[in-house]
Design a protein around this ligand. Structure first.
Ligand code: PMP
Length: 352
């Protein structure tokens, strides 16, 4: 830390992303990427001529992409915001709508970035414990008169709330914005996008990083009422007007056009998830039932950290969190069927 860093940032604990190792080739099951490549249409869209055009700035309006997203989700152009990864939509939400006076709540066990944004901006925040089975207690969020952020499905548990539950939360907090982070929604949960037409205090955030195989392109979006979206645009134009680069813009537009390709991948990933869950259960693991592209699992006779380290030595990377209430678990991203068969073999080796 330099002596120049602002005092208010000295104690800030930054977000720790999952390992992206370059030392050797791992079966990489640690950061919830898709095991499948982007669609052929996406590969074609990122053409040589688009690369040549990198000398020109990208479209700050992101028109082609917003139009396609609006059609895809049955909303208007003015209801769509696109961002550099969904992390940027989350960042702008905290920046625009939360403060010391306007507090925000989120589950105690959830995506680690929420807390980082809250601390970065000096926002008052409160974390709400999960129930013993790691599910969210909906009643904790009814009529609390605070901003609310919920990942649905939640991470790293993989558990999802139903649409009526989300609606109850949104309806009972009309003076605050409820953000539903749907990074993993395409793997078995119900999206709340339809509710954005009924409630003006709901913002739904999604990403191209998981179900659409574009984690490295950094593309996310938020859908909500036009006034909230205009506020997010204001923040964007006050920080980084060209937040989506040219290659990502065309890749994202092509990805929307190949919706069925990605839907097939999601189906395959969900089938491989069922296989993996069954095999882990046979090996004595407890798996939280997942609606995501990962499984959160533990086994009594081996610590979470031990298993993580042993698997790493064998060339398989999973995600381990040292937070005490979940440190016995590992979060295992669903890879290809073949990768998961190898994973199961390696787990067996770790247990002897
Ligand atoms: N929300 C959740 C719950 C996540 O797990 C992630 C992935 N780390 C993100 C948002 C951010 O994803 P991205 O910025 O790649 O869209």
């Amino acid at each position: 830390m330099s002596k120049f860093l602002n005092d208010n940032l000295k104690g800030l604990e930054a977000y720790t992303p999952g390992e992206q190792p370059r030392d050797k080739k791992y079966i990489k099951l640690n950061t919830n990427e898709s095991p499948y490549p982007p669609s052929p249409e996406v590969v074609e869209a990122v053409s040589a001529s688009e690369v040549v055009d990198l000398r020109l700035y990208s479209d700050p309006l992101c028109k082609i992409l917003k139009e396609k997203l609006a059609i895809r989700y049955g909303v208007n152009y003015e209801n769509v915001f696109v961002s550099n990864g969904s992390d940027e939509s989350l960042n702008f939400y905290f920046m625009a709508f939360c403060s010391k006076e306007k507090s925000v709540v989120f589950p105690e066990i959830s995506y680690g970035f929420y807390k980082v944004f809250a601390e970065l901006y000096g926002i008052s925040y409160e974390t709400i414990p999960l129930k013993a089975d790691f599910s969210i207690d909906v009643s904790d969020y009814i009529g609390i008169n605070k901003n609310i952020v919920i990942a649905n499905p939640n991470a790293p548990t993989g558990l999802a709330l139903s649409l009526p539950d989300i609606e109850e939360i949104v309806k009972s907090n009309p003076e605050n914005i409820v953000l539903i982070d749907e990074a993993y929604v395409d793997f078995g949960a119900e999206s709340a996008v339809s509710l954005t037409k009924k409630y003006d205090n709901l913002l739904v955030v999604q990403t191209f990083s998981k179900s659409r195989s574009l984690a490295g392109a950094r593309l996310g979006y938020a859908i909500g009422n036009a006034e909230i979206i205009a506020d997010l645009e204001k923040i964007k134009y006050s920080t980084n007007p060209y937040n989506i680069n040219r290659l990502t813009l065309v890749a994202g537009a092509a990805a929307i056009d190949s919706d069925s390709y990605f839907a097939d991948n999601c189906k395959r990933i969900m089938e491989t998830r069922e296989y993996t869950e069954k095999e882990l259960t046979k090996l004595g693991f407890y798996c939280i039932p997942s609606c995501s592209n990962f499984i959160f699992a533990k086994r009594d006779t081996i610590s979470g950290e031990d298993l993580y380290l042993k698997l790493k030595e064998k060339g398989v990377l999973v995600r381990h969190f040292s937070t005490p209430s979940i440190c016995e678990f590992n979060r295992i991203t669903i890879g290809t069927q073949e990768e998961m068969e190898t994973f199961i073999e390696k787990v067996k080796e770790c247990l002897v």
